[in-house]
Every structure is written in structure tokens, then in C-alpha cells.
Design a protein around this ligand. Structure first.
Ligand code: HAM
Length: 422
């Protein structure tokens, strides 16, 4: 066993995994920009109070999962356990309410949660996250869901289920919550201890409980969509009309409540069928009260976060291939002292010309250097001995076809550029 290993719940993304990472992130940028989102980068840590206020006391994230500490100046700091609160903070801090609305922002980066690690659930994961501020229209809710759908379709994986629900608003939710509490009150002996606690602090979350005993109680629970106020009901109807108009399939999942407190109206998740228990590749929704809660003027907002690791798990389990990353195409094999000085110079020139090139290090025989070229799977080996140096030429050996020819040093970069496949 090595003396040090990566911390539990974290991943090393090794070179062989990087093509997936590069591709997903590159397509994420492309799709976000296609839908008119602009990139924002926010700090990896913020004042702890921002997340307590934003995500909500009583949520698993705030109660159990935050990496919080006091810094050397005595500030209470937390590694971001999500993007939304940070991006809302930035929207308020930089007066973005004065910009034309909606303001559409996206971010990609690491997120930290002290969770119990398992396949697809990590203590550091990476989110592709979009947020749109300043627009109530349910057509925007549909657009946000389209960003996720388009990204997954573009990446080439399927088998996804879109689940939607409405969590109402501060006007209609309290009535539903008391009905839910009454229902649970009639089944106190059947429900788990966690749900008893949730009823006190975070009542909607009882609908999300996985314990077996609670399932019959959940199945008989009232549906929030039957108790929405007119505004929330109309909003939810309109969203469904837009989604149907787009020809998108989705299910209304009455149990869908999400684990963060700020949601109002629309909530949604996207589930992949074949990546195990941690199957939500995406979760999001509307948060029309959050900006005001964090000190801004009343402004609606909506967004989602999608875990890059889970996207890649889904792609791999479905055998989705991604483009390989470019590799060196040329290896220079010098023979002798003077040729090596020239080879080091040639190597620099080729790289300046944009040709990814290598040299065989150590003073080795031609055979050994050509073996190296084979191992590195370069297209061409450039052989440079005393005779070639005198004639200002190199011997270019085609490592695939096996033929070779002399090319003047001055024309070499152009010659290679015409032939190497990028
Ligand atoms: P969330 O559902 O907590 O929502 O996370 C969003 C997505 O991040 C999940 O669907 C999943 O793909 C990924 N994810 C979450 N936790 C982990 C983990 N421990 N390991 C691997 N992947 C994970 C939010 O964070 C909200 N801020 C999303 C949002 C944005 N809502 C509105 N705007």
C-alpha cells in the first residue's frame, strides 16, 4: 500500500480518463453558449452563512455535509457545496439586476460535500451548472430543461428519464405541509425516526425517504399539485404545455421535492437508468425567493446542476466513445553528439511550428530509438546523423508505412504539417 492515497470520496482523473472530461466540459461550454448563457467563475469557498441561509438549515447539505472551518483570520468559511447560492451572491454583489433580464449564467467546477462515498457519489464532484435570473415565464423553465436534454443528446447518451414536479410557493405550500403533517400524524408508528425529525424541520423531505416502512405512507400521501395556488398551478400547466409542444417525454413525480430549501414552483431531475443507485445526472428548479432571502431585490431565478462524473459514468456504461486527445506525431532520433545539439534545436523549431514532437532521450542506438517511436505511436521518426547534418537534411521514416526519404531541414516543418493528422 502506498503511504498516501487520495482522500476518501475523491477521484484522480488519470490521463486515460481525460478525453471524457475534456469532451464533456467542451460540449458543456458549447451548449451553454448556444442557449445564450455566459460563463461565470465564483470562489471555491464562501462565508459559511451564505450556504446556511441559501441552502437552508435542516437540509442534509447544511447539517451534515459542509466542509466548514475557521480560517486564520477567524472567518467562518465553507468549501462550496453547490453553485446556486454563490452565483446568486455574485448577481447581487455586482448589481446584475441592472442588466437586461434574464441574466443567464453558467459555471463548471468542483463542489464539496461530506457524503458517504459510493459509485457515483463523491466528496468532491464537478458540476456543470446553469442559472437564469429575472424572468417568471414558464417558457424559461422549459428552456432550462432543454439545456440539459440537449447536452445529453449532444454527448450521445440516452435512457434518460425527466421527472418534474411543482413545490408550490410560500402562499400555497404551508397548507399542503399541514395536510402532509396530518397524514403522517395518522401513521406515526409506521414511519422512521428520520421522517419524524424531518416533519419538524423539513417536512417535504419525508416524501423523499428511502426506508421501506415509510413507502406505504408516502404512496398514500396527498399530492402537492392538488393544492397549488392559481399562480403556481397555471405555471405548472404552462410548463407541461411547452414540454409537450417540444415533444419531450417527462413524468410528473409527486415525490420529487429536492434536497435544498430554496425551491419554489418547478423542480426537476434527470435520471439515467444504468449507473446504479446514484442515478440522478441532473437536478434543478425554480427559486423565486432566494435572491431576496440573500439580500437582493425580489427576483425570480431558475437553474440546474449536473454532475460531470455521473455523466461520464452513464456515457461509459452505454459505450459512448469520445474523440481521442492529440498525441505527439513526431519523434526525433539523433545519432551522435553534434546531431543531438541540432536535434534539440529542431525539436524546439517543430514545437514552435505547432507540431507536437518528442526526442528520444539518452544516447541510444537507432534501433532503440525507433522502438521508442513505435511505443509512442508517432507517425514519423526523424533520423538525424552526421551525414544528414552536413547536408542540412533529415531522414523521415514513416512509422506506419515503413518507407523513408530525405527532407531538407528548412522545408521540414511545412512538409510535416501537410502530412500529420492533427
Ligand atoms: P443537487 O441535486 O444537489 O442540486 O446536485 C446537482 C447534481 O450534481 C446531481 O443531480 C448530481 O448529478 C450531481 N451531484 C450531487 N452530489 C453529488 C455527489 N456527491 N457526487 C457526484 N455527483 C453529485 C444542486 O446542487 C443545485 N444547486 C442545482 C441547482 C442549480 N438548482 C437550481 N440551480
Amino acid at each position: 500500500m502506498p503511504q498516501y492515497a487520495a482522500p476518501r470520496g475523491t477521484l484522480d482523473v488519470l490521463p486515460e480518463d481525460q478525453p471524457y472530461w475534456r469532451y464533456v466540459i467542451e460540449r458543456g461550454h458549447y451548449i451553454a453558449q448556444l442557449y445564450g448563457f455566459e460563463q461565470i467563475s465564483v470562489p471555491m469557498f464562501e462565508s459559511t452563512g451564505l450556504f446556511i441561509r441559501g441552502v437552508g438549515e435542516g437540509t442534509d447539505i447544511v447539517d451534515k455535509e459542509m466542509y466548514s472551518f475557521q480560517d486564520k483570520g477567524g472567518e467562518e468559511i465553507t468549501l462550496r457545496p453547490e453553485f446556486t447560492a454563490s452565483i446568486v451572491r455574485a448577481y447581487i454583489q455586482h448589481g446584475m439586476h441592472t442588466l437586461p433580464q434574464p441574466v443567464k449564467l453558467y459555471a463548471i467546477g468542483p463542489i464539496f460535500r461530506y457524503e458517504r462515498p459510493q459509485a457515483g457519489r463523491y466528496r468532491q464532484h464537478t458540476q456543470f451548472n446553469v442559472e437564469a435570473f429575472g424572468e417568471q415565464d414558464a417558457a424559461l423553465d422549459a428552456e432550462i430543461m432543454e439545456v440539459a436534454r440537449h447536452l445529453y443528446a449532444d454527448l450521445g447518451f440516452g435512457g434518460l428519464g425527466f421527472q418534474v414536479n411543482s413545490t408550490g410557493c410560500p402562499i400555497c405550500r404551508p397548507q399542503y405541509v399541514s395536510l402532509l403533517a396530518e397524514h403522517y400524524g395518522r401513521h406515526v408508528d409506521e414511519i422512521c425516526d428520520d421522517c419524524k425529525r424531518r416533519l419538524q424541520r423539513n417536512s417535504l423531505r419525508v416524501l423523499d425517504c428511502k426506508s421501506e416502512g415509510c413507502q406505504p405512507v408516502i404512496a398514500q400521501a396527498p399530492h402537492i399539485t392538488d393544492y397549488l395556488c392559481d399562480e403556481c398551478a397555471t405555471h405548472f400547466q404552462r410548463l407541461q404545455r411547452y414540454l409537450r409542444g417540444l415533444g419531450r417525454s417527462f413524468t410528473i413525480q409527486h415525490r420529487l421535492v429536492r434536497g435544498l430549501d430554496y425551491y419554489t414552483k418547478t423542480v426537476f431531475e434527470v435520471w439515467a437508468t444504468d449507473i446504479g443507485a446514484q442515478a440522478a445526472v441532473c437536478g434543478g428548479g425554480r427559486y423565486d425567493g432566494l435572491i431576496e432571502l440573500l439580500g437582493g431585490s425580489p427576483t425570480p431565478g431558475i437553474g440546474f446542476g449536473s454532475g460531470v462524473e455521473r455523466i461520464i459514468l452513464a456515457m461509459r456504461s452505454q459505450g459512448v466513445a469520445v474523440p481521442a486527445l492529440p498525441r505527439p506525431c513526431v519523434l526525433i532520433a539523433p545519432l551522435g553528439d553534434e546531431p543531438k545539439v541540432a536535434a534539440v534545436r529542431l525539436l524546439a523549431d517543430l514545437r514552435e511550428a505547432g507540431l507536437s514532437s518528442e526526442i528520444a532521450f539518452g544516447d541510444r542506438s537507432l534501433r532503440s530509438q525507433l522502438r521508442e517511436a513505435d511505443k509512442q505511436a508517432v507517425q514519423y521518426a526523424l533520423i538525424l546523423g552526421e551525414d544528414e547534418l552536413r547536408a542540412s537534411q533529415v531522414i523521415v521514416r514513416d512509422m506506419g508505412g515503413g518507407g523513408q526519404q530525405s527532407v531538407p531541414m528548412s522545408a521540414l516543418a511545412a512538409w510535416l504539417k501537410e502530412r500529420v493528422s492533427a
